[in-house]
Design a protein around this ligand. Sequence first.
Ligand code: HSE
Length: 313
Amino acid sequence: MNKAVAFAPATVANIGVGFDILGLALDNPGDTISAEFSDTPGVTVAGIEGDGGKLPRDPNKNTACVAGLSVLRAAGSTQGVALTIQKGLPAASGLGSSAASAVGAAVAVNALLGEPLTRDQLLAPSLDGEAIASGYHADNVAPCLFGGITLSYGIEAHQIERLPIPRGLSLALVTPHVEVATAMARAVLPKEIPLKSMVKQTGSVARLIRAIYTDDLESMAAAMEADVVVEPARAHLMPGLFEARRAAKAAGALALVISGAGPTLCAVCASHETALQVVSALEMVYAELGLGCTARAASVSEQGSSVQVSEGA
Ligand code: HSE
């Protein structure tokens, strides 16, 4: 094989109250990463498209290269690999862009080498890549790699649970055209949480997981929005959050939460038709605010990252 191409989907981390532990994979959009053998040792960047020149070309600072190198090491390979990264996801948008690059690279490099590592064994290299952008937490990486809705109560593969996908679950996503750096969105979080808040938050996480298992979209939506810790601290960084929530609900959404560290907002709907109506309502909110945005309907992807093309020598 001389070329492998992987697709890595966008992800919604936290799903409301599940800060750093819950996440889901979307069926669109995503990053496409091509891996080819190279005479240059290690993992290098052959090209990056769609990032507006913003992502680092230095392999030590690029999440895809760090993840790819970690795969080479885990597989005991001394081959050089060059990556071509097509960014379908904007950086600093709350759609798991850095995780998608890391996971896509890990999957592509592994495919190029002939799949020496299992999917579970790709978790650690993917996290190594994601860590240089936002530290070691698996709420974007796990759904991106494994698909579906994931609960990560640690960063090892046996600490990741795939949760069922409630029937009818459809999402409407809107990304206002402003960047919110994950580091900044984490810096504004409280260092200490009052016991009362901890009790409310853990209760809501428990309710959310129960609702997911019992196919109860209304309870799921209510639990997602009952965030008394993270959203209140970050709301001021998210333009149009409350207007968008009002408009989404008026158009039929059950809930609206910040996707990951934002500024993307994610509305939960009970059907694709409703999600399309909510997309239109969200576009109107940002038009009225005079802010550009990208909005789309999506569903949860069962598959996660996939190898799209492998070309033989
Ligand atoms: N759980 C993370 C956060 C997602 O909300 O900061 C972004 O990496």
